[in-house]
Design a protein around this ligand. Sequence first.
Ligand SMILES: [Zn+2]
Length: 400
Amino acid sequence: MKYALIIPDGCADEPQESLGGKTPLQAANVPAMDAVAAAGTVGRANHTPAAFPPGSDVANLSLLGYDPIQQFTGRAALEAAAQGIELGPNDWAIRCNLVTVEDGIMKDFTAGHISSPEAAALLKSVQEKLGSERLEFHAGISYRNLLIYRGEGQPAPFSPDTRGTPPHDLTDKPVLDDYPRGPGCDLLYRLMSETVELFAEHPVNAARRAAGKLPATNVWLWGLGSAPQLRPFAEVYGKRGAMICAVDLLRGLARLIGWRSIEVPGATGYIDTDYAAKGRYAVAALDEVDMVCVHVEATDEASHEGRVDEKVKALEEIDRHIVAPLHDALNKHGQYRILISPDHPTPLRTKTHAHGYVPFAMAGSNVTPDAAKSYDDPTANRSTLVFPEGWRLMGHFVGD
Ligand SMILES: [Zn+2]
């Protein structure tokens, strides 16, 4: 039996006036997704327990079949795994965004989508000025970087109650009240404020300003996490899997559940990603593993920017270049199942993640079709196939 899971990140949404009262999934031309719905079932699941902020970290852990309430230890720990950074029992990983704050307002949580080489140069200066045996700054992809706190045999100053606000929740808002809070927050606050001076005259920013681009004004620390203990997917669900994605979060999750990540040239984690290349690599992976998961970030990025046209376009690209060829290939393999589901809603109205149910469509061997004829939010909202604990959907998908 072969399996494919396709995750259009954040694609669930509300009806849009500009789409004639339709949701992006309803308005998008997605014949391949609708074919899955017509051949199988449409339902809804909740991957964002109220106990946590509605992030891709919690929601994708749930979508991969792990109970976040029991298993989630923080976003940055997943990203550290992606970079192959080992965390000891007293170590903590902390997400380190490069951001643009102007007059106390979060202008851009991506520092104008700063390039990875520019980010690495800034992080190098931070390490030289503020780093130590205990504090390691690790450059990642573009604005997404990490700070690792080494506990070295003594308890770290942080706890699960240490919280930072995701900067993508602060777009166009004042930041003063959203600095880290809880045990150890004073250290994080000091590091964040000391980078303001360090970055003010930094040559990378001088060049960006001269080119009319947003500067990185400081680091923003959040998403703390200690080492997670996840049982291998093959042990829990008996399937060997592979991940196709372009963001560290999913690479880290894949590594922690014993899956390998397949790197696809041209996959960017943004709306300019190479959808066709992701589809080709996914089809090829079916020859090697039982389950392939394709995560696409473009739908979430379009939502964070409030761009309805780009969200609809991304859905249509996913349909044409990923869902259609994968469903064809699965059919040729014989026994198969396919599942399409986002992780959480990212409403265009708020430009940020939201708690709530998301629609899924599932079809394949021994899946008894229901009445659904299309894959979209309203159809899922009418369905009686509901998973309040979303992580249980994986068991349903692989067949208990
Ligand atoms: Zn997400």
